[in-house]
Design a protein around this ligand. Structure first.
Ligand code: SAH
Length: 354
């Protein structure tokens, strides 16, 4: 794990850490304000702190965690992937996407992933390690700073959404991800102050962790990567299905929807001749209608090709028929506009190759 960073700490923990360093407790608030409100990590710019305290506090509580190795962009610069190197050489990626009405950063919660879904590039390399809370939060800070500074075409703007859809299974790194959600959403100066509703946590379906998250009383959006309604195929597409079956995953999702009153996003990568048959669309619609009623929204993602995979996306007419059938069951369904294919930045393509 990386060195301790203020973004790992709650407000109380930060105060305690600052005091332990021999500084006045109110310095904690000043320091947090620099990081979460001003998005600043440069000690020189912290002129409200006496020079001696500044170097000590920044040195001890804001060590540099992620160094950008490479930026790659597409869509006229409005989609930008960053390859980061952590203190121990670990590589990870995040993707910032600017739309006319919002800006979303897709962040990683782990370096690599242990879930081994065969159609996902990240899954092929296995899990390297969990990211710390601050390593997760730093990806958000960098994106928020890039938006504020006008680094994306369209002039200065604001980061509005965060999706845990980069590398890794967020619910397999539960505590750190939960802490990161607090740092992202808690009001300034102890967090960036984004609304929980604009944060999405996407999971393969780790049922006990979905239940645990339900009990937290959060309002973040839950996305479940279902990819097929039948256990037989899901056992191979999403191997964790061997532990928790489709019905259990949907029941856990229902529990989350009941608790939050919010729709759960059902992710479904459409893979040609694998999971795109009309009967699967019908079964998906029926199951979601039964388990989630109005609390489901299906997001179809035409498969993004990954190196060495024999699979490709379903043709347009097949996509349209799939949408029609799911909707006919009374379940809202849309095809997601996937960005960043040309730069291996789209869903499932993050491999963090140096
Ligand atoms: N582990 C979490 C977070 C990753 S999110 C999860 O699985 O939900 C990334 C999303 O992209 C998931 O829905 C994942 O199933 C999907 N995905 C993975 N590989 C893909 C590919 N090649 N094409 C399209 N979507 C893919």
């Amino acid at each position: 794990m990386p060195p301790r960073h203020l973004a790992d700490l709650s407000a109380e923990e930060l105060r305690a850490a600052v005091t332990e360093l021999g500084e006045k407790p109110f310095r904690a608030r000043q320091l947090a304000h620099h990081y979460f409100a001003r998005l600043n990590t440069d000690a020189e710019a912290m002129t409200d702190l006496p020079a001696s305290s500044r170097d000590k506090l920044v040195g001890q509580l804001m060590p540099p965690l992620l160094t950008p190795v490479r930026y790659t962009d597409t869509d006229g610069g409005t989609t930008r992937k960053t390859l980061w190197r952590a203190h121990d050489g670990t590589l990870l990626e995040s993707v910032l996407m600017r739309y006319p009405d919002r800006a979303t950063v897709c962040i990683s919660s782990q370096a690599g992933c242990g879930m081994a879904c065969p159609f996902c590039a990240t899954g092929q390399g296995g899990l390297k390690r969990n990211l710390s809370t601050a390593e997760i939060v730093e990806q958000v800070r960098a994106a928020a700073a890039a938006m504020r500074d006008g680094d994306m075409p369209g002039g200065p703007g604001r980061l509005s959404n965060v999706v845990f859809m980069g590398m890794g299974e967020p619910l397999a790194n539960y505590k750190r991800v939960l802490n990161a959600v607090h740092r992202i959403c808690d009001p300034q100066p102890n967090g960036f102050g984004l609304s929980q509703r604009s944060v999405t946590v996407s999971t393969v379906g780790v049922v006990p962790a979905i239940r645990r998250m339900t009990a937290e009383g959060l309002q973040v959006t839950l996305a479940v990567s279902l990819h097929t309604p039948d256990d037989e195929l899901r056992d191979t597409l999403v191997p964790v299905n061997n532990r928790w079956k489709v019905a259990e995953v949907l029941e856990a999702a229902r529990g989350y929807a009941d608790q939050t009153g919010r729709r759960v996003s059902i992710e479904y990568a459409l893979i040609r001749d694998v999971n795109d048959q009309p009967w699967r669309a019908d079964l998906l619609g029926k199951l979601l209608h039964e388990h989630l009623g109005q609390f489901a929204h299906v997001n179809l993602i035409p498969l993004n090709p990954t190196p060495g995979s024999k699979w490709d996306a379903s043709p347009k007419p097949v996509q349209r028929e799939f949408v029609r059938r799911v909707r006919a069951a009374g379940v809202p369904c849309t095809v997601r506009d996937t960005r960043g294919q040309e730069i291996a930045a789209a869903c499932g393509q993050l491999a963090a190759e140096g």
